[in-house]
Design a protein around this ligand. Structure first.
Ligand code: C5P
Length: 227
């Protein structure tokens, strides 16, 4: 069997990364969470105060881009690749709602996208990769053998994300999580550079009423057909 590229795009909090991780494990592929890369750049900008309330100093972010180094490191205990920002493990910090509330604006900056997309292309050069994000099937790997577009109702997605955040111990309200999910989708789909959209040859999976195992089995079968 030949190694392929599996691109998983879709709306916020559709559980892309959960199923992508499972698939990569089953196939012996590398898994790359591209959202984590945009989140790490956002965290850097927040720490440097390039973001204040909702004011973004785009010029400063662009100027500091060469000093932002994003890498992944495999956690051998969990088998999960964790994101490093200038060699600091920021895997937990980037998942906070404060980062989620700023990330879409950072991800709309073309120079930020150029830098991260270039890095993502290199990671998939040997194929054998499952990558999730918003523009993987349209921009990063338009030649991916399998493209999935995941969606679900905003209510279902916010409920899942709320559970995940509160289980981690962060205090948030359901309304704030729902607002974030809807707001991010809006910014991601309407930005000029690489907006979130389904690639023409992507297969849509609405997982509102699907279990994790059903999603996994379905995509695994599609992957086998594509290989
Ligand atoms: O996947 P996740 O929800 O962690 O992504 C966080 C944000 O990063 C998205 O809402 C989007 O603004 C941005 N993103 C992107 N392109 C990608 C992956 C993520 O613009 N390929």
């Amino acid at each position: 069997e030949k190694k392929i590229i599996i691109a998983i795009d879709g709306h916020s909090s559709t559980g892309k990364s959960t199923v992508a991780k499972q698939l990569a494990k089953a196939l012996g592929y590398i898994y790359v969470d591209t959202g984590a890369m945009y989140r790490a750049v956002t965290l850097y900008a927040m720490r440097k105060c390039f973001i204040n309330d909702s004011h973004f100093n785009q010029e400063a972010i662009e100027r500091y881009l060469p000093f932002i180094n994003i890498k992944f490191k495999l956690n051998k205990k969990t088998g999960i690749a964790e994101v490093l920002l200038n060699n600091e493990n920021v895997e937990n910090e980037i998942r906070k709602l404060s980062v989620s509330n700023n990330v879409s604006q950072i991800a709309a900056i073309s120079l930020v996208r150029q830098k991260l997309v270039q890095q993502q292309k290199l990671m998939g050069a040997e194929r054998g990769i499952v990558m999730d994000g918003r523009d993987i099937g349209t921009v990063v790997f338009p030649d991916a053998e399998l493209k999935i577009f995941m969606t679900a109702t905003a209510k279902d997605r916010a409920e899942r994300r709320y559970k995940e955040i509160t289980e981690r111990g962060e205090q948030v309200s359901y309304e704030d999580v729902l607002k974030n999910v809807v707001n991010r989708d809006h910014i991601d789909s309407t930005r000029k550079d690489s907006p979130l959209r389904k690639a023409d040859d992507a297969i849509t999976i609405d997982n509102s009423n699907m279990t994790l195992d059903e999603q996994f089995q379905k995509i695994l079968e599609l992957a086998k057909q594509a290989a």
